[in-house]
Design a protein around this ligand. Structure first.
Ligand code: GLN
Length: 448
């Protein structure tokens, strides 16, 4: 399996460009060791996977898609999620491309390369986990890990026609995942099928004493509840997720999915999440504020590249940061520092936190009467490479169907639900109550 994964990478990755680093030597060595001592009980025995490059891997370069970390070749430990995968005997074959520090929706903000959508090479794979989605879609690995702060697992999964899960906030340890916005970030799996996805989440979930934000919550065997039974399921469809901005082809695919659920014995009704219209604004204020604090640790002292030009300490901080970070990252830090500064805090950051509570309450209100919420993962299929040069406000507004879920902290999956005339995939998004991943998987599996 590992050899076939490495061969496939050699065959297609010069066109797809999903990988920043391929660790052929260690992957093969590990596979040989497992062959000599097979443990058939291991949950992921010998399964080749790859990891988004903002999740640290011991002794394997971890760049976050940034030049700042281009020399970070030897992290001292594995992130808890990586450690858990390795204990289940999965094999890491490499690290995947991403928007720099996970900021973006196309993977074009990577400072290494542009990843191409395997279905249509002149289109983006989505982002920020574009490498993670493209690698699975192109058959280079059987699974990957991504991170989702404001859609970065689900949106690329939708654009690449694969399955991507953002678990409940706290379900998965973030120890060793480089923080972007700590009140929103979650790690999750990207796979070809719902069943595979459930199997990976089962392995990486659970309380971790190294991450105080990980939840004390039992981890059910997600992959064992895939009965196909959705009789009596109550589905809510928010009218805000099917607005004018949604492509008619995407809308039609979602309506067809709802018909299929009806034929399986579920019912659906239109509902409203009235504060959705503020979600993108709230998300960009909160996530940028948190990013400006989290990224302060990149100072040229502890990790990464130190500017050669600096002659004193302040210049070292200043030059290392100006040379190391790309434009999108700088823009977010300016925006975040501005929103947090005294005088502005009350007007922007605090206000955004208050509206975040209203967005959360919208979800609570709907979940009081329904089992799941459904809609499109994204308003449109994948954009063309280069299209992001549009107004950033337009690009940010496209996050309207994904970011409310992070603000509310609930889990959501994207499953493939059709193709545009051009042959680009769409995703159906299924959103559940806190810690209801098992319901989401059962409902998603019934659709496959
Ligand atoms: N589009 C979002 C952003 O640019 C995606 C972030 C994420 O989930 N990492 O912030």
């Amino acid at each position: 399996l590992v050899e076939s994964s490495l061969n496939r990478i050699k065959e297609v990755d010069d066109r797809v460009k999903a990988f920043i680093t391929v660790d052929e030597e260690n992957a093969l060595k590990k596979a040989e060791q497992l062959d000599q001592n097979p443990n058939k009980d291991a949950k992921l025995f010998g399964i080749p996977g790859a990891i988004k490059d903002n999740i640290v891997t011991k002794g394997l370069r971890t760049t976050c898609g940034s030049q700042f970390l281009s020399n970070f070749t030897d992290p001292l430990y594995d992130a808890t999620v990586v450690d858990k995968l390795h204990k289940a005997e999965a094999i890491t074959v490499g690290k995947l491309n991403m928007d720099e520090f996970a900021m973006g929706s196309t993977t074009e903000n990577s400072s290494y390369q542009i990843t191409h959508n395997p279905w249509h090479l002149d289109h983006v794979p989505g982002g920020s986990s574009g490498g993670s989605a493209a690698a699975v879609a192109a058959g280079e690995v059987l699974f990957s890990l991504g991170t989702d702060t404001g859609g970065s697992i689900r949106q690329p999964a939708a654009f690449c026609g694969v399955v991507g899960m953002k678990p409940t906030y706290g379900r998965v340890s973030r120890f060793g995942a480089v923080a972007f916005a700590s009140s929103l970030d979650q790690v999750g799996p990207i796979t070809r099928t719902v069943e595979d996805n459930a199997r990976i989440l089962e392995v990486i979930s659970g309380r971790d004493k190294m991450d105080m934000t990980s939840a004390h919550e039992d981890v059910p065997a997600f992959s064992e509840g895939l009965t196909g039974d959705v009789k009596g399921l109550k589905i809510a469809v928010p009218k805000e997720y099917l607005s004018e901005a949604v492509d008619p082809e995407v809308k039609e695919a979602v309506m067809n999915a709802l018909k299929l659920y009806e034929s399986l014995g579920a019912t659906w009704e239109e509902v409203s999440l009235p504060h959705s219209k503020y979600a993108a604004a709230v998300y960009y204020i909160i996530s940028s504020g948190e990013a400006s604090a989290n990224l302060a640790r990149f100072d040229g002292v502890r990790y990464g590249v130190r500017s050669e030009k600096a002659k004193n300490m302040l210049d070292m901080f200043r030059f290392s940061r100006s040379e190391g970070f790309g434009d999108e990252v700088k823009k977010r830090m300016f925006l975040g520092a501005y929103a947090l500064s005294s005088g502005n805090y009350e007007v922007y950051y605090k206000k955004a936190q208050q509206v975040r509570t209203l967005i959360k309450q919208d979800f609570d209100n709907v979940f009081a009467n329904y089992d799941v919420i459904m809609g499109p993962t994204t308003p449109t299929p994948a954009f063309k490479i280069g299209e992001k040069n549009f107004d950033p406000m337009v690009v940010y507004a496209r996050d309207v169907t994904t970011v409310p879920i992070n603000l509310a902290g609930v889990p959501a999956i994207s499953v493939p639900c059709g193709f545009s005339k051009e042959g680009l995939p769409f995703g159906l998004q299924i959103i559940g109550k806190h810690f209801a991943e098992q319901t989401i998987y059962r409902v998603a599996h019934a659709f496959e």
